[in-house]
Ligand binder design. Structure first.
Ligand code: AMP
Ligand code: ZN
Length: 135
């Protein structure tokens, strides 16, 4: 897509700090990392978000993440990482070209995860049944 930043990174029109590339997938460092080593893993083909991405390509992205995450961790001396997808505007997606975030984590690095809400058993049960109906 002509006005997509990540497509421009794939084509080389915009520079990136590449960490991995194969025929279908590219991984490069995030320019505003939550921690050193924060890596974005994207399909070379343009798809707006994860649900818009063909299942085989979703699977390929996960395979590549499994391959490169250990190298990312070794490179920055981290023992753990969060894997993230902001899917859709309300979830914080800014770049509408499918991408996974590999975010290395360190003890007491100040990065917070979400705080869980409390829902009653009845509501949990209703939601799980409704999800199943939509499958
Ligand atoms: P999001 O769409 O919210 O999942 O996040 C998009 C991510 O892309 C952000 O973490 C940005 O820092 C990152 N980003 C934006 N432009 C570039 C770029 N040119 N090179 C590397 N990372 C980028
Ligand atoms: Zn794109």
């Amino acid at each position: 897509m002509s006005d997509c930043i990540f497509c421009k990174i794939v084509s080389g029109e915009i520079p990136s700090h590449k960490v991995y590339e194969d025929e279908a997938v590219l991984a490069f460092l995030d320019i505003h990392p939550i921690n050193p080593g924060h890596t974005l893993v994207i399909p070379k083909e343009h798809h707006n978000d994860l649900l818009d991405t063909p299942p085989e390509l979703q699977a390929k992205l996960i395979q590549v993440i499994g391959k490169i995450a250990p190298a990312v961790l070794k490179a920055v001396g981290a023992l753990a990482f969060n894997l993230g997808v902001n899917n859709g505007r309300e979830a914080g997606q800014i770049i509408f070209h499918t991408h996974f975030h590999i975010m290395p984590r360190f003890s007491n690095d100040g990065h917070k995860l979400w705080h869980g809400k409390s829902l009653g058993q009845e509501e949990l049960s209703k939601i799980s049944q409704t999800i199943q109906k939509h499958l």
